[in-house]
Design a protein around this ligand. Sequence first.
Ligand code: 13P
Ligand code: SF4
Length: 309
Amino acid sequence: MVENLRERIETLKREKNAVILAHYYTNPEVQAVADFLGDSLALSVKAQSVDADVILFAGVNFMAETAKVLCPDKRVLIPCPEAGCSLAESCNAAEFAAFKAQYPDHKVVSYVNTTVGVKALTDVCCTSSNALEVVKSFPEDQPLIFAPDRNLGSYIKKLTGRTNMVLWDGACLVHEAFSLEGLQALKKSHPEAKVVVHPECKEALVQEADFAGSTAAILEYCGSSEADTFIVVTEAGILAEMEKRFPEKKFIPAPTVDPACRCNECKDMKLVTLENIITTLETLSPEVVIDEETRKAAERSILNMIAIQ
Ligand code: 13P
Ligand code: SF4
């Protein structure tokens, strides 16, 4: 059955001259049909160089919007336009404009997990892969606004020692759901394990990490580390890629505050399925549409980021 769905997708990709870009947090069977699998930075960069008429974005809507901003002449499809992101939704563009107006001499650095409206108000975007480089690219005396993730923002503030950076008070509900006590107990029962943490988690959890970084950086660390057991403090979808790349190693998902809730899964990422990929490719819809003025303004902030990374 899954095999038939996969074959249908391969046929449609050829017929429509389409490629599928997917994030590590999507369902494993969706990751398996992707032409390119990556973290949010790699996916943005890849979107620019894709040689196809159609990009189907298997991920949440801010990621598909980013691809459309960078590739206005391509048809960018999103199987589930309702796949949002709690972090992007924690920063409304109108409220952010009012916040920004309070700090007229500040430059704005925004995480890519934002709507195009917020990107249009941003000087330089960043991802968890390059947030440090982006912040360091500004002179030390340049005051900054960092949005929307308070956890990534305070982590970068700590790393840089920057005191002139104000933070928007947003967060990802998935990454905030991990339990500090649960992680500490797991570390005790697996003293041999290395702890890998996404910096969208609360600071106390990041402090427990042997390594903190983006999804791609975490994968790289697990590959290069001599350890063979890892406690993984990020969205559970990444476990599929970890187990595929490093079958000899063991990956233990960290517990959340309510273990019964499966809240270490990003429900929006899981909305993409093989079935809705097929319908989307067959009908070439839903398509991402952005008005040109907003697109141009958002593009500047993303290109500024890509120039730095
Ligand atoms: P990455 O930048 O590590 O891909 O993370 C994106 C994201 O949405 C994390 O929750
Ligand atoms: Fe957004 Fe969090 Fe899902 Fe990433 S894991 S897409 S930040 S809600």
